[in-house]
Design a protein around this ligand. Structure first.
Ligand SMILES: C[S@@+](CC[C@H](N)C(=O)[O-])C[C@H]1O[C@@H](n2cnc3c(N)ncnc32)[C@H](O)[C@@H]1O
Length: 264
């Protein structure tokens, strides 16, 4: 299986929409920073079920295309859009090869999405290509030293390397974003999202049952899964800031906002 096939297997496993609620506040926060509204064409790359950026952007009046490698996530997305009473277009698309013409979108977003494409330079170039000259690219990516960044390290101790050479969390470093998304003048800052659950055990179970990379890890490891599961519980306990038996983990991410130059 090549790295692209493996990536598809990973992200079609589990139920992203069940996990999505934990990070759904990130999109609206990004939309506060990079406003959208009527007449603004938005692309949300690797949208999942659209709860973070795509649906909130339509609610703010924008015209939105929600794209993802894994169209299974669109079932929940369409349900969410119908419940919110909004319409948007759902397009199956690999972030490395977006099926949109050059310069189509005023705003190109991705929250914890395009970072998982194995060929990072290709994914970065596609963000720029589909953005209109003068348009804005806005990304949220886990930082390598934060909770989620280090989590991939814990998983990696039990498995062979994931798809692609560079780690997805390399996208959490400003220099890497600049290198992968050439010709765009970015500003950067870090932010964080509080991951919460009734307990560490419930949090770990939610992830093990629904988060694609862990669902695939559990299947691949068989009896060796329990060792990873123990490490995950220990890791979550280490990061847990709650003192009342529940879980609250502050997960840091990098926000990159850049304007595509008008000429070039
Ligand atoms: C962690 S989820 C984030 C989803 C969404 N952006 C959100 O914040 O809720 C990662 C998403 O990236 C998608 N994905 C992974 N690799 C991709 C690729 N090469 N092209 C497009 N989407 C990809 C997965 O299918 C999944 O929906």
């Amino acid at each position: 299986m090549d790295e692209h096939e493996l990536n598809r297997v990973i992200w079609s496993a589990g139920t992203w929409d069940t996990v999505a609620a934990l990070v759904a506040s990130v999109g609206p926060k990004l939309l506060d920073e990079v406003p959208v509204g009527p007449g603004v064409e938005v692309l949300d790359v690797a949208t999942g079920s659209g709860s973070s950026v795509a649906i909130p952007a339509v609610q703010r009046g924008a015209t939105v295309v929600a794209s993802d490698l894994t169209p299974q996530h669109f079932v929940a997305g369409r349900r969410r859009a119908a419940a919110a009473g909004v319409e948007l277009e759902w397009v199956e698309a690999d972030a490395e090869e977006l099926p949109f013409e050059d310069g189509r979108f005023d705003r190109v977003f991705s929250t914890f999405g395009h970072m998982f494409a194995p060929d990072q330079a290709k994914a970065g170039a596609e963000l720029v290509r589909v953005c209109k000259p003068g348009g804005t690219i806005a990304l949220a990516t886990w930082t390598p030293s934060g909770y989620a960044g280090q989590l991939f390290g814990v998983i990696g101790q039990h498995l062979p390397p994931g798809p692609g050479g560079a780690s997805p969390v390399a996208w959490g470093e400003a220099d890497h974003v600049r290198a992968m998304v050439p010709g765009v003048d970015f500003t950067f800052h870090t932010d964080s999202v509080d991951l919460t659950a009734p307990s560490v055990e419930e949090f770990a179970a939610l992830y093990a049952e629904n988060f694609g990379p862990l669902v695939v890890a559990r299947e691949a490891l068989g009896p060796r899964w329990s060792a990873l599961h123990d490490d995950l519980l220990a890791y979550d306990n280490e990061w847990n800031a709650a003192t009342d038996g529940s879980l609250r983990i502050v997960a840091e991410y990098l926000v990159s906002v850049g304007r595509k130059p008008v000429a070039g």
